[in-house]
Design a protein around this ligand. Structure first.
Ligand SMILES: Nc1ncnc2c1ncn2[C@@H]1O[C@H](COP(=O)(O)OP(=O)(O)OP(=O)(O)O)[C@@H](O)[C@H]1O
Length: 231
């Protein structure tokens, strides 16, 4: 279980998160939702140790991740796909993936598994990352994070700005990861994607989790999510 307990984080003196609790179980998809600026990205960065906590802690089972330096977090099997992908644009697909492989000594077939999941990357290993299409770049960002064979994967708006066929492909990848027992924390604005994927949805408001909605309840009443989000 990956858990954030009462975490507070922000920038300088500005607190963005106040006592946020989040939990993701293996094989579960938790969607983190909220208005622009609600602190969704901040939550993922705080869990990854990329922002110092002002309060609370982050736990992986009984290991306190937040007591460790940020570079140790992926070594525990926590993968992160940041918003905007953060690829090394001048480097090739293969080089970007190699950087992913260096983050944690993973199983010997880690790269082969990533390339099986994203055959389009396999066809473009020598191509510069910044010449890939948006969808291919997102595949590379996910592939790079998957090189560590993560137990938990944090995804920050992976389908933003992508065409529907690629969105469908990426959804399938996320569902396949869940099948394999990977726990997924997904920041997502598209309601249809949340409805399709979420086991639970957490609504972030005023820096804290205002409400946790059950995925089955959301699918039974698709208007519920809109009502809760006020959209
Ligand atoms: N590097 C930073 N320095 C100062 N303030 C920041 C920084 N990054 C984010 N913020 C502020 O923190 C708040 C939360 O931002 P965050 O990016 O976490 O929100 P979000 O919910 O992910 O938003 P969006 O949906 O727009 O991506 C915002 O008010 C934002 O302006």
């Amino acid at each position: 279980m990956l858990r954030a307990e009462g975490i507070a984080a922000g920038y300088g003196r500005q607190r963005v998160l106040h006592r946020l609790d989040l939990a993701v179980a293996p094989g579960e998809i938790v969607c983190l939702m909220g208005r622009n600026g609600a602190g969704k990205t901040t939550s993922l960065r705080a869990i990854m140790g990329l922002l110092p906590l002002m309060a609370g802690r982050v736990l992986l089972d009984d290991v306190t991740l937040s007591a460790q330096p940020a570079h140790q977090v992926p070594r525990h099997g926590i993968g992160y796909v940041p918003q905007g992908r953060r690829l090394f644009g001048e480097l090739s697909v293969a080089e970007n993936l190699r950087i992913g492989l260096m983050a944690r000594p993973g199983p010997p077939d880690a790269l082969a598994r990533v390339l099986a999941l994203f055959p389009r990357l396999a066809e473009r290993m020598g191509q510069r990352a910044d010449t890939l299409s948006g969808g291919e770049q997102q595949m590379l960002a996910m592939g790079r994070a998957l090189c560590i064979a993560p137990r938990f994967l944090l995804l920050d708006e992976p389908t933003e700005g992508l065409q529907p066929s690629i969105v469908a492909d990426l959804r399938d990848v996320v569902l396949g990861l869940r099948e394999q027992g990977v726990g997924i924390l997904l920041v997502e604005q598209r309601l249809d994607t949340v409805l399709a994927l979420a086991d639970r949805a957490v609504l972030l408001e005023n820096g804290t989790g205002r409400e946790v909605l059950d995925g089955a309840a959301l699918r039974a009443d698709p208007a519920l999510l809109r009502r809760r989000l006020g959209v």
